[in-house]
Design a protein around this ligand. Structure first.
Ligand code: ADP
Length: 447
């Protein structure tokens, strides 16, 4: 199915100056994560069940065979290379597939197997001998809808009679014409039109309703209202499911409004980032050129596996990338003038080890975590845009590790004056972890 393949989003002309990084929207960030997570994100954290339903099964499965799946669907799962359920799937799938159907709200970070879980649920409940839409999935954007569609098409590989369609901008349907796609994936605006204006979907006949990426969805007020209008049309027997990567109060409020009737609520905690396994250093320099010289010494003197270097502006990132390339390093440059697909391609090349150094600005690096990186360099210290004070959260995010890697990391902060020294001191105080002085001409302390 060609339509489910990833379509490159349109590139907006940059209105900002060449130095200004454009912020990535929530939707783009989410798409970037999807494009990057070609593998399951593993986690040691335990699944929490925040709300139970006395009538639904509470056991977890370790194999797909232990689930009530049709043989062709089981084959589809194995054909995709899945050997065993992911952490969230272990607990979610028995509940999702049980009869009578149970409603669910589930939260876990991107890449942990939520999409696969609800796609499996839709495919398991669909009856291809009936010629109308039975499963409906809402996603925040056109590109995200197509991503979900491509997963559904893959998993349905051995179910040739199941029709999968898209209710997104550009898909035409005549007023009053009924959709005969068994599973529809769409964006709230178009789905609202198809349900309420064109009467192409009969919401009363839906057996599974999924709202994916609820946290991204609520960032757009219109989406929230449209989703609720659709939800209100569903029949009581329809299984209603909501998924989110984050768990803020506003997301949960929206979730509770969307998913009635005592849903099961499950949550997989994200492992906390910490500085525990990181050795932190700073190098004092006079100016930007000197920072490059110091960095050059460090890279020349020690063997560094993979590293990421953060710069404050796109201009510095370009400048540094040229200097390091001339120095003989294989450098990848990730900057805000690239679209999401180009960013994903660069990050994937870096992950594959094609380059050892990734130079980036903070804005364009959002959403990446690369397991192989052992050295992080703050070529410029992270500061908050408005106050120009230390940005401790970003610092932690750049160099912090989650417990699961366990590997020792190294952080090097390049200081070029009083201002950046103050920022560094503030960060040191905030985390109560010493950042040691490093003499760039004598880097034995690093080895
Ligand atoms: P989420 O929706 O939480 O972001 P996905 O369902 O997209 O996560 O899964 C992330 C990646 O892991 C995808 O590439 C998907 O194909 C893969 N995946 C999902 N479930 C499994 C599994 N049980 N075993 C192996 N890989 C899986």
């Amino acid at each position: 199915g060609g339509r489910g393949d990833y379509v490159e989003p349109k590139v907006e002309a940059s209105a900002a100056g060449e130095d200004e990084e454009q912020s990535v929207s929530k939707e783009e960030e989410s798409l970037l994560r999807k494009l990057l997570h070609s593998k399951l994100v593993s986690t040691k954290a335990d699944l929490e069940i925040l709300q139970k339903d006395p009538n639904s099964p509470l056991y977890s499965v370790k194999t797909f065979e232990a689930l009530p799946l049709k043989p062709e669907l089981l084959k589809g799962v194995y054909d995709m290379g899945f050997n065993a359920p992911s952490k969230i799937q272990e607990t979610a799938l028995p509940i999702l597939l049980a009869d009578p159907p149970t409603n669910m709200i589930a939260q876990s970070q991107s890449g942990t197997g939520k999409t696969a879980a609800f796609v499996l649920t839709m495919l398991s409940r669909v009856n291809p001998s009936r010629d109308y839409t039975q499963c409906l999935c809402l996603a925040p954007t056109y590109e995200l809808a197509l991503q979900i569609g491509s997963v559904t098409e893959k998993m349905a590989k051995n179910m040739p009679n199941v029709r999968i369609g898209y209710a997104v901008k550009g898909e035409k349907i005549a007023r009053g014409e009924k959709s005969t796609d068994h599973i529809l994936i769409g964006t709230p605006g178009t789905v609202c039109d198809w349900c309420l204006k064109f009467k192409s979907i009969d919401p009363k006949k839906l057996v599974v309703f999924v709202l994916d990426e609820a946290d991204v969805m609520i960032a757009t007020q219109g989406h929230q209202d449209q989703s609720i209008r659709i939800q209100r049309q569903l029949s009581k027997g329809c299984q209603m499911l909501l998924f989110s990567a984050t768990y803020e109060d506003d997301v949960m409020k929206f979730a509770q409004a969307m998913i009635p009737n005592n849903p099961v609520v499950i949550k997989l905690r994200r492992e906390e980032e910490s500085l525990d396994n990181i050795r932190q250093f700073y190098v004092q320099c006079t100016d930007q050129e000197a920072k490059f010289q110091a960095l050059s010494n460090i890279y020349g003197a020690m063997s560094i596996g993979q590293s990421m270097i953060f710069c404050a502006t796109r201009r510095t990132a370009h400048w540094l990338s040229e200097k390091m390339t001339k120095d003989g390093h294989a450098v990848a440059l990730l900057s805000g003038d690239l679209d999401i697909a180009q960013r994903a391609a660069i990050i994937n090349r870096f992950r594959d080890g094609k380059e050892k150094v990734l130079i980036t600005t903070n804005v364009s690096a959002r959403g990446i975590d690369v397991e192989m990186v052992t050295v992080v360099v703050n070529f410029d210290m992270p500061i908050l845009q408005e106050s120009r004070q230390a940005d401790c959260e970003t610092y932690l995010h750049r160099i912090g590790r989650t417990g699961r890697f366990g590997k020792k990391g190294l952080a090097i902060n390049m200081i070029d004056g009083n201002k950046s020294l103050q920022v560094m001191k503030a960060i040191e105080k905030h985390f109560n972890r010493a950042i040691h002085h490093l003499d760039a001409d004598d880097i034995e302390a690093l080895e």
